[in-house]
Ligand binder design. Structure first.
Ligand code: MLT
Length: 255
């Protein structure tokens, strides 16, 4: 299994995702939010880039809720923001349309991947288990970054996934070990240096500081917990706009 990491989604050309399994990460907070929504029973999550597009899609989908942020706060008329701590029982059985500043753009940029999942610290173990069960030839981890810049939270989580794959690959059937690109090695080293103080590291980064200044520092602690949600948000088969549905931890991924 070859594992590569792209630290900012604008660095990825759409065609570079072809033939690979993409793992998209935006720990603060889009992919933590996606895990929270599906864990709370949302039927599916539709990640879209623009606010107007989100409003249009939600009105076309029966019973959909609108979630997301601009500048960290919910756009006018949205049912919820992008805080995973806000997710409650109202999402059960309903589609949720999500638009965020960086995360949903990263998901769209990786759209040409053979299969696509999203990951955050909260469901990292489940994502690793599914990747090991699938044993794809090539894995591409795409970090959202923050407004075009490297973002420490995403790089740390990418490193955690690289570390999990590297330690599990020896025993996974059909997987003859891992080959890491330099960016994957760098992410792993970073994770290993901060593994026991993830929340503190995330508090020190630009995005973490901004959330604190908005009074949402609690989201950092929420998102820094490792593998507390046992599901994998996977792109559902079909043409057109991507939607993410919950798969069980360890389920094999298909195109
Ligand atoms: C993003 O996509 O930029 C983030 O999820 C922003 C946030 O809600 O903190």
């Amino acid at each position: 299994m070859e594992i590569d990491v792209v630290f900012r989604w604008p660095d990825l050309l759409p065609e570079e995702a072809e033939g690979r399994v993409a793992v998209v990460i935006d720990v603060l907070r889009a992919t933590s939010m996606i895990a929270a929504l599906l864990a709370a029973g949302a039927r599916e999550v539709w990640p879209v880039k623009e606010v107007d597009e989100a409003r249009r899609l939600a009105s076309e989908l029966g019973g959909a809720l609108l979630a997301g942020e601009r500048g960290g706060l919910p756009p006018a008329g949205f049912d919820m923001g992008n805080s995973p701590r806000e997710v409650d029982a109202k999402v059960q059985g309903r589609p949720v349309v999500l638009t965020t500043t960086n995360g949903t753009s990263a998901i769209q940029r990786a759209a040409r991947a053979e299969a696509l999942v999203t990951a955050a610290f909260v469901n990292a173990g489940a994502v690793v288990a599914s990747l090991l069960a699938t044993a794809p030839e090539r894995v591409l981890i795409v970090c959202a970054g923050t407004e075009g810049a490297f973002s420490l939270d995403d790089a740390l989580c990418a490193g955690g996934i690289v570390a999990g794959l590297a330690s599990g690959a020896g025993e996974a059937p059909g997987c003859s070990g891992v080959r890491l690109t330099d960016s994957a090695v760098a992410a792993r080293l970073l994770y290993e240096s901060q593994q026991d103080k993830l929340a503190a590291a995330m508090r020190s980064c630009r995005h973490g500081r901004r959330l604190e200044s908005l009074g949402m520092g609690g989201d950092i602690d929420w998102a820094a917990r490792e593998s507390v949600i046992d599901l994998v948000p996977v792109r559902a088969p079909g043409q057109g706009q991507s939607r993410l549905v919950a798969a069980q931890a360890g389920a094999r991924l298909s195109a």
